[in-house]
Design a protein around this ligand. Structure first.
Ligand code: AMP
Ligand code: TRP
Length: 332
């Protein structure tokens, strides 16, 4: 019996700040879990990081850290290519071509742009263009599926619109991708404020569970997490966002159903819930941290991985860019 060819998955994370459990449960964990089913391309999107001011030395360090965390979280180089976006110039080139078919109004409507630009005194052109670069990342690799957290859904929908528009104007050029959002963990909220998304850019103690935080720090943040005074264990994001967030983290880690989790915790108090969530988080992150710290002993290793990754994906990107250039009349 012949099997249908494997489809391609593409996703990426910005090397800004410290990765947290939202990045893991919303994205990387699912990449690792499904990796054997697909051809996978996982990118460290350093050009996206430049859309907001970055310290150069810190950015350089962070690119390597994200790459090592990809591997420490279980991505297997037999199934995945891991590379740095800026190492493949085709991303920036295709962005220009796509810019010229993307109406400005589509970008001005993006909620992430509206949020981020509201927080900045002056906004770079790159921040507005961010989703077009993301579209280029995805469609350069003939991507079928884009596994991301909930916050990136609108950007993947825009990617579809751009690909469809280009195909209509210039003939079949790009695969139109689908988004993959996990059932649990797609939107992990801050432990200190369960009405705000857990974010890499918020440095406050007790907000995020960072993948490299020591166990005692993880435990402390969870034990202090904001809850409510209803004293009821239920999956109720409206009335009980704090309790919901803890249950959601627990569900994403354990893969259990809501009913199983409610049966496990009903009758117990919030202290017990927090203790169990803390144990589950620490048990998940400890082996990741151990692999990370071992890998970090040999900085040459990750350089070699990133170089091999770029070499592996470059031909795919260059082939698709050439088709776009031909269809636009730039090449014969
Ligand atoms: P970023 O940190 O913005 O580069 O996001 C990298 C990946 O993590 C994307 O797939 C996001 O959707 C996902 N992600 C970021 N923050 C969260 C969160 N709080 N909950 C779930 N997924 C998240
Ligand atoms: N914008 C994404 C984020 O911040 C990162 C990203 C860039 C990405 N290019 C991508 C995600 C392509 C998926 C596919 O989370």
């Amino acid at each position: 019996m012949t099997h249908p060819p494997k489809k391609r998955v593409f996703s990426g994370i910005q090397p800004t700040g410290n990765l947290h459990i939202g990045n893991y449960l919303g994205a990387i964990k699912n990449w690792a879990q499904e990796q054997h089913k697909y051809h996978n391309v996982f990118c460290i999107v350093d050009l996206h990081a430049l859309t907001l001011p970055q310290d150069p030395a810190e950015l350089y360090r962070s690119i390597r850290q994200v790459a090592m965390l990809y591997l420490a979280c279980g991505l297997d180089l037999e199934h995945c290519a891991i590379f740095v976006q800026s190492h493949i110039p085709a991303h920036a080139e295709l962005t220009w071509l796509l810019n010229c078919v993307t109406p400005l109004g589509w970008l001005e409507r993006m909620t992430q742009y509206k949020d981020k630009s509201a927080k900045q005194e002056s906004v770079s052109t790159g921040l507005l263009d961010y989703p077009v670069l993301m579209a280029a990342d995805i469609i350069l690799y003939d991507t079928h599926y884009v596994p991301v957290g909930e916050d990136q859904k609108q950007h993947v929908e825009l990617t579809r619109d751009i690909a469809i528009r280009f195909n209509n104007l210039y003939g079949e050029t790009f695969v139109v991708p689908d988004v993959l959002i996990p059932k649990a963990g797609a939107r992990v909220m801050g432990l200190d404020d369960p009405t705000a998304k857990m974010s890499k850019s918020i440095d406050k103690q007790g907000h995020a569970l960072r993948l490299l935080d020591p166990p005692n720090v993880l435990k402390k943040s969870i034990m202090r997490a904001t809850t409510d005074s209803l004293n009821r264990i239920a999956f109720d994001p409206v009335e009980q966002p704090g309790v919901f967030n803890l249950l959601n983290i627990y569900q994403a880690i354990t893969g259990q159903s809501e009913a199983q989790i409610l049966a496990e915790f009903s009758g117990g108090g919030y202290g017990n819930l927090k203790k169990r969530v803390a144990e589950a988080v620490v048990a998940t992150l400890e082996p990741i941290q151990q692999r990370y710290h071992e890998m970090a002993q040999d900085p040459g290793y990750i350089e070699q991985v990133l170089q091999a990754g770029a070499d592996r994906v470059r031909p795919i990107a260059e082939r698709r860019l050439l088709v776009a250039q031909k269809n636009l009349g730039l090449r014969k």
